[in-house]
Ligand binder design. Structure first.
Ligand code: 5AD
Ligand code: FES
Length: 347
């Protein structure tokens, strides 16, 4: 199996069968071999710099009904909220003073936030913080909408593909959603000129090594600037309430493989990873991730943006998370960089 890791490092890709073999044979020795390489490659491009993104969860209203997600439309128990434009701007101001130079506006697919409102928010944030990058994570929209957001000044867009296998996609989503539309959105975003992020959950219901191999091949095909990967964690008010969570080990392994395949990719060590293990985010960095996304949302809404159970940091102020994260990174020999943290293309 080590030969396959060497091959992935060298060729930056493997066949479907090779990915399946690697993924289904992962073991602690292979992990170690992979993570050592992943860290060397990541450090070659980004040294020991960890980029921070200030996450602003501005609405948990959602018209979609993804089976795994705690803010799905049919969850009657979710207490819904929307931040005002002023609240969002306050979050940015707080974040800026703490050293954030990227803001991520994340939300459910909320019709209240039509293109005019989103564009207005983008323009205002960019005019107040012209040295900052702005990332959107607001789901599937039309080409024209994406174009409008880009013209308004948004720089990046996160839209996890969730799974690259059509059958699997259908088991995780209602019939009204399709993988082909999801992929089309990603192609559109790329064409428009966004730095684009795709990604998936590790250990989502029905997932297997074949599907993970397909995720790797799709990511290779898309060549995104960012990839978001975290463990699936059940939410009590969803149809997947009794499904097991994804494992720390498999999540770290996938992070390592992605680092070898896309040496320069910007890859967060996710809050979900920190939720399934107390040192999950540190271990993610040590497996090849190079981004952390502390929360900037106001404390009174923190415990309402719950995609999964037991989410960490829901009671903490932005400053607390920022200091905590700084400390956690320093403990493992890394440091948080005050920088937009743009993608560095291969030269
Ligand atoms: N567990 C882990 N991650 C989840 N997401 C949604 N629900 C869950 C869950 N139960 C992830 C999805 C989505 C991102 C914003 O959060 O991958 O794209
Ligand atoms: Fe939020 Fe540690 S990162 S408290």
């Amino acid at each position: 199996m080590k030969a396959l890791i060497d091959k992935l490092e060298k060729k930056r890709n493997l066949t479907n069968e090779e990915f399946v073999a690697l993924i289904s044979n992962r073991n602690p020795e292979l992990d170690k071999y992979l993570f050592e390489k992943a860290v060397v490659i990541r450090n070659r491009h980004y040294e020991s710099d960890i980029y921070i993104r200030g996450l602003i969860e501005f609405t948990n209203f959602c018209k979609k009904d993804c089976l795994y997600c705690g803010i799905r439309k049919s969850n009657q128990n979710a207490e819904r909220y929307r931040l005002t434009k002023e609240q969002v701007l306050d979050c940015c101001k707080t974040g800026y003073d703490l050293g954030f130079r990227t803001f991520v506006l994340q939300g459910g697919e909320d019709a209240y936030f039509n293109d005019d409102r989103i564009c207005d928010m983008i323009k205002t944030i960019k005019s107040q913080h012209s040295d900052c990058a702005l990332t959107l994570s607001i789901g599937e929209k039309s080409y024209a909408s994406y174009e409008a957001y880009h013209n308004a000044g948004a720089d990046r867009y996160l839209l996890r593909h969730e799974t690259a296998n059509d059958e699997h996609y259908k088991k995780l989503h209602p019939l009204s959603m399709s993988l082909s539309n999801r992929k089309q959105c990603l192609y559109n975003l790329k064409k428009i000129g966004f730095q684009v992020g795709c990604g998936f959950m590790v250990g989502s219901p029905y997932q297997n090594a074949e599907y993970l191999a397909e995720d790797m091949l799709f990511i290779h095909y898309l060549q995104p600037q960012m990839v978001g990967v975290g463990p699936f964690i059940p939410h009590r008010d969803t149809p997947f309430a009794s499904e097991p969570a994804g494992t720390l080990e498999m999540t770290l392994f996938m992070l390592g493989l992605i680092r070898l395949m896309l040496p320069n990719v910007l890859m967060p060590s996710t809050t979900a990873l920190g939720t399934i293990h107390p040192k999950g985010r540190e271990l993610g960095i040590l497996a090849g991730a190079n981004v952390v996304m502390p929360n900037l949302s106001p404390t009174d809404v923190r415990n309402k943006y719950l995609l999964y159970d037991n989410k960490i940091c829901t009671g903490d102020e932005a400053a607390e998370c920022q200091y905590c994260m700084q400390h956690r990174m320093e403990e493992i020999g890394y440091s948080i960089k005050v920088d937009r943290g743009d993608y560095k293309p291969v030269v």
